[in-house]
Design a protein around this ligand. Structure first.
Ligand SMILES: [Zn+2]
Length: 217
């Protein structure tokens, strides 16, 4: 997507002003906002770099109306203030460390039984349990990440103090050409559907609002 340099400059200036005010309220430090050249389904994301936190936009964020832009920035600032990246990273390390132990323990207990019984149904059930145990860390991370999205939305609303910004954001998302992610991708997404986020935050959704997979991160 090609965006004129003047539009980038104008949107980034507005974003920087918004960001300054939000970081003061949330009492966090963010180095700045920049536009990503890499395509991503997330409209915005937080990056931790050597010099601190940065908020990185997809180019289409530059077309967002100012209230929607403000809400997205507030959402990202909320992720930083609530320490969500750190929580997910620690959780990931903890789960990575425990998964091999689950596998070893499972095999140590179940293999002798399976060999002794030579029962194909038992083997099938044991295999399903083993697979579920291996997949459960990912399920735990998805569950926590989705809770984080709702938390960031709520804190964003508190930071901006105006529900119209959230309405502007979700209305703006609803203007995108709707497309439906394949079910496996939706199940693996770290983000709840935008309709669900809107309902959780604002207590209702407009008739016909499409379930957009694209969202602020
Ligand atoms: Zn988010």
């Amino acid at each position: 997507m090609s965006v004129p340099a003047a539009a980038i400059s104008s949107a980034l200036t507005v974003s920087t002003l918004f960001l300054r005010s939000l970081t003061e309220i949330a009492q966090v430090e963010v180095r700045g906002v920049e536009v990503s050249s890499k395509s991503s389904p997330a409209l915005a994301r937080v990056e931790r770099r050597r010099d601190g936190f940065w908020i990185v936009f997809q180019p289409r964020m530059l077309d967002a109306p100012a209230p929607a832009l403000l809400f997205v920035l507030a959402h990202e600032v909320a992720h930083i203030a609530l320490g969500h990246r750190r929580i997910i990273r620690r959780l990931g390390f903890a789960l990575m460390a425990t998964t091999p132990l689950i596998g070893i323990g499972f095999f140590a207990v179940s293999i002798p039984q399976i060999v002794h019984d030579a029962n194909p149904w038992l083997l099938l059930i044991e295999s399903v349990i083993w697979l579920a145990a291996l997949l459960s860390p990912r399920a735990i991370i998805l569950f926590v990440a989705r809770r984080h999205e709702y938390q960031a939305d709520r804190m964003a609303l508190t930071l901006v103090g105006n529900p119209h910004t959230a309405v502007a954001f979700f209305d703006w998302l609803a203007t995108f050409k709707p497309y439906l992610m394949p079910l496996p991708l939706r199940l693996c997404s770290t983000h709840p559907p935008n309709v669900a986020r809107r309902r959780a935050l604002l207590g209702g959704s407009p008739v016909g609002a499409p379930a957009q997979p694209t969202s602020a991160h």
